[in-house]
Design a protein around this ligand. Structure first.
Ligand SMILES: Cc1cc2nc3c(=O)[nH]c(=O)nc-3n(C[C@H](O)[C@H](O)[C@H](O)COP(=O)(O)OP(=O)(O)OC[C@H]3O[C@@H](n4cnc5c(N)ncnc54)[C@H](O)[C@@H]3O)c2cc1C
Length: 845
């Protein structure tokens, strides 16, 4: 074993092997994987080996498609078969609501290149005769699904990596990890110490323990998972003989079942409601190639539905029951990337679908290590999406909830209860008991979403359509726009940057010029590739002192970036977390209200739009911004949590004469849509440049250099290929959620949209081959995608933001576009100017 190498990858499961392969393929061949036992000694060996491309998040869908496309290449490089069976598969819907979910999934897939199709139960039955189709109302067919040999595939990655020069050390446990002051890692193993630049934690079932070796508590929990293998089934053998190929794979949401052919029988797995965690605190080191005790009682409810939906299963004998553990993060997505606060310590763990996602995880992590950028939009699996609030017990509650809901419908207005409340502000009880608030989880913090009037139960009824909160959110918006409202904004991320080099440092990080003392600026932040990685409000509070506000869910993500760009001295960053709270008042009477609470003149001349001051509000020390995300006249007021109740009470009291109303996050988001304001994670993501995102006015190319400047300048000079737009849609009972396709009538194919999106109404034969594949049905094709949207309650319009090719981004004709909502295409037109207060006079005067 070498004692020095560039990278040590800990763990020889499918993920470690994929990372090793991708590093070597990217040219980092001085890399080593250390495995405590044999390859696949964690979850990988007993996986059911299923893979698919469909995913609710289009960015993850892309990574899954990449993973599946990689297997043939791996086989070629390694000479090791992966045992690939690309059978295709269907997801079966038993209700119209489930069909809505499939329609949405199908529509989203159009934008990310998933070539799926909605089919009838009989069409599904023709491909999978074991089902009783009368239990279903429809299905979604995905040709890129199947199964493989998990062990063969892991070995194929490993052998490919070795062929490219990587080293693999087996039967050698990593016992300790330390770091020298110069950043060199010492990976202490049973066979000695390896010194390296980078450590990758791909330790799967033991990722928590390997995290703890460097003081990390990763939000990961293993769950027991069972699948059955049946004896040979005559129905299966007959189908194979008749058609010459295998049965497709099937997901039955109602039964929480997935099933596929295994040899001459079937494999049937469940995500049962009563899922059980495995080793919730410490993973035993002596666990290896062994299985857990099966518990058929636990999955009996799923099997009962399964026998009804697939009667042949009831007749089949059970050959074997596999029960094995594998790990999940609270939201079921992997934890990938560099860890904030540690230099060159990377995670590639918490991967619950290693054979769908392993290639994508390996590719993006290797890109990140080699090029300092993942190359794709991977926020959905970035390890920084959790903060310290995601503790062991919180993770336990959330993972169990997630597991039990793996095949449940996820609604856009649904707030899941497990692990909550985790963090609350001092207003929490007031919001619940006095204000009848419906609370949501905003990065671990309870945040008011909307307020139920007296006599109305404060609950959200999950729906894809306009929900029970619709009219109440509307009333909140109208109250703000008509007079004044107050909302809690403690969920924003807040930072203080101090030091003699603070201004120069910030200026180098941000695209806008820094404000003068007492002023605010809005500014994007770019990465070296000239793409958006942040969007902030910055106040210059005093010489060498700045206050910054950003997106709550990106707090650790941004701290990782800030810290990795800190100079040796002259700049200090403090993340306030929940040690600073905030309220926002907005609406035409907000100035009159605030004037009652402050002791200086806040007329428009004396306290202008985008001014900042540190002052007492209602006798409470505050930081005061003249700005609001509602796009109305308004203010953000920041104070320590100990003052928050006092401040809130004073605002409410002073607001009585203006008929002040509490408003929640949903109303705020509705109002920002009416102003065409973008939002982080939706319109603003690391795949868009600032000019594409219509943020060019905040980019000062003429100022001294800033990160990403040259590429931004190029984007400006060339003009962006795509542009952010706002659309008004003639929708009726449902508004867009996100990632829906935007259509228009054209014969032109745009590079930003996959070719497969142009197919429609495909018919399939019993083998899953398209028999009729009309391109461009009615001459319309997908040309763009929605990033977010909803209802603008004041302007009374259904609104969406999204991206279109630049040469279409000025086509304002009525009905030039259509937006697909739950399978129906609605006419849409561009709104080049905000529908509310297009000149911005209300917020400025
Ligand atoms: C019953 C079951 C069915 C499944 N079905 C599917 C499926 O159909 N499709 C799918 O995509 N996924 C499936 N999965 C999930 C899949 O198995 C995992 O996503 C995948 O195996 C995770 O791989 P990994 O490399 O992250 O972890 P692991 O496979 O757990 O590998 C981690 C490796 O790290 C090694 N290691 C840990 N600590 C150390 C140390 N200190 N020193 C050295 N080595 C160390 C371990 O020995 C182990 O070999 C299933 C899982 C189970 C249990």
């Amino acid at each position: 074993m070498k004692t020095e190498t560039r990278v040590v990858v800990i763990g020889g499961g499918v993920i470690g092997a994929s990372v090793l392969f991708h590093l070597a393929r990217a040219g980092w061949t001085d890399v080593m994987m250390i495995e405590r036992s044999e390859l696949t000694s964690g979850s990988s060996w007993h996986a059911a080996g299923g893979f698919h491309t469909l995913n609710g998040d289009p960015n993850i869908a892309k990574l899954q498609a990449y993973t599946v496309s990689l297997y043939e290449e791996l086989e070629k490089i390694s000479g090791q078969p992966c045992g690939l069976h690309l059978t295709g598969g269907v997801m079966m819907a038993d209700t119209e609501e489930r069909m809505d979910f499939l329609r949405l999934t199908h529509a989203r897939g159009r934008c990310s290149g998933v070539d799926s199709e909605l089919i009838t139960p009989s069409e599904a039955k023709a491909m999978f005769p074991l089902m009783d189709e009368s239990n279903f109302v429809g299905a979604l067919w995905d040709p890129v699904q199947g199964h493989l040999d998990p062990s063969g595939t892991t070995h194929a990655y490993a052998k490919s990596a070795q062929k490219l020069g990587a080293e693999i050390v087996l039967r050698n446990k990593v016992e300790e990890i330390t770091q020298d002051p110069d950043g060199t890692w010492n990976v202490v193993t049973e066979q000695g110490t390896v010194r390296c630049e980078h450590v990758v934690n791909a330790a799967g079932l033991w990722a928590r323990e390997v995290g703890r070796m460097v003081g990390l508590e990763l939000p990961i929990l293993a769950m027991e998972h069972m699948y059955l293998l049946t004896d040979d089934m005559p129905e299966v053998i007959e189908f194979n003989q008749d058609t010459g190929h295998q049965l497709i794979s099937v997901i039955d949401f109602k039964g929480e079942i997935y099933t596929r052919q295994e040899r001459n029988g079937m494999l049937l797995g469940t995500y049962e409601k009563a899922g059980v965690p495995w080793s919730p605190v410490n993973t035993p080191w002596d666990f290896g190639h062994e299985l857990l005790e099966p518990d058929l009682e636990r999955i009996a409810p799923s099997l009962e539905v399964g026998f009804k939906h697939f009667p042949a299963f009831e007749r089949a004998g059970i050959k074997q029951v596999i029960n094995g553990p594998f790990t999940f993060a609270p939201d079921g997505n992997p934890l990938v990337g560099p860890v904030q606060g540690l230099t060159n310590y990377w995670t590639a763990c918490g991967v619950m679908a290693g054979f769908s996602q392993g290639g994508g995880v390996g590719l993006t992590l290797a890109n990140w290590m080699v090029n300092n950028d993942p190359g794709l939009d991977v926020f959905a699996m970035d390890v920084t999406r959790y903060g310290e609030w995601a503790t062991l017990r919180y993770t336990n509650a959330k993972v169990r909830e997630n597991y039990s809901r793996r095949f449940s419908i996820s609604y856009p207005n649904e707030e899941l209860p497990a692990g909550r409340p985790q963090q609350t502000t001092p207003l929490y009880d007031i919001m619940i008991t006095e204000n009848n608030a419906v609370m949501g989880d905003s990065w671990g913090l309870e945040t008011p979403l909307w307020f139920a009037p007296k006599g109305v139960e404060p609950v959200d009824i999950p729906s894809f359509h306009r929900s029970n909160s619709f009219e109440h959110v509307g009333a909140e918006v109208r109250a703000v726009r008509g007079s004044v409202g107050v909302t809690e904004i403690s969920n924003f991320a807040k930072y203080e940057i101090t030091g003699e080099a603070a201004e120069a440092w910030l200026s180098n990080l941000m695209t806008n010029t820094m404000p003068k003392t007492g002023r605010l600026v809005l500014t994007p932040m770019l990465n070296e590739q000239g793409k958006l990685i942040g969007d902030f409000t910055i106040a210059k509070a005093a010489e060498n002192r700045f206050q910054i506000w950003g997106s709550s869910a990106a707090q650790v993500y941004h701290m990782r970036w800030f810290e990795s760009h800190l100079p040796a001295s002259g700049v200090k960053i403090h993340a306030y977390g929940q040690t600073m709270s905030g309220l926002s008042i907005a609406g035409p009477n907000s100035r009159k209200l605030l004037q009652k609470l402050v002791d200086f003149d806040i007329s428009n001349q004396n306290f202008r739009f985008m001014d900042y001051v540190e002052t007492a509000v209602a006798g409470v020390p505050c930081k005061l911004n003249r700005i609001t995300y509602s796009g109305d006249l308004g203010y953000e007021i920041w104070t320590e949590p100990t003052y928050l109740r006092q401040l809130y009470r004073a605002i409410k009291e002073a607001g009585i004469e203006f008929d002040i109303k509490d408003f929640g996050l949903r109303a705020l988001l509705s109002m920002r849509l009416e102003k065409n304001f973008p939002t982080w994670f939706a319109e603003l993501r690391p795949v868009y440049g600032p000019y594409a995102a219509d943020m060019g006015r905040f980019v000062k190319l003429s100022k001294n250099g800033f990160i990403g400047r040259e590429i931004a300048a190029q984007e400006h000079a060339d003009g962006p290929e795509i542009k952010r737009v706002t659309l008004v849609i003639d929708a009726d009972t449902a508004d867009v959620i996100s990632d829906e396709p935007i259509w228009t009538k054209t014969t032109k194919h745009y590079a930003s949209i996959p070719e497969t999106s142009t197919y429609g109404g495909t018919k399939y034969d019993a083998d899953g081959n398209p028999t009729q594949r009309p391109k461009n049905t009615d001459g319309w094709r997908v040309v763009g995608w929605v990033t977010s949207g909803g209802y603008g309650h004041f302007v009374e319009k259904s609104l969406a933001q999204g991206y279109l090719p630049s040469d279409l981004a000025d086509r304002v004709e009525d009905g030039f576009f259509e937006v697909e909502i739950l399978g129906i295409r609605y006419p849409a037109r561009l709104a080049p100017e905000p529908l509310f207060d297009p000149s911005g006079a209300k917020m400025r005067s």
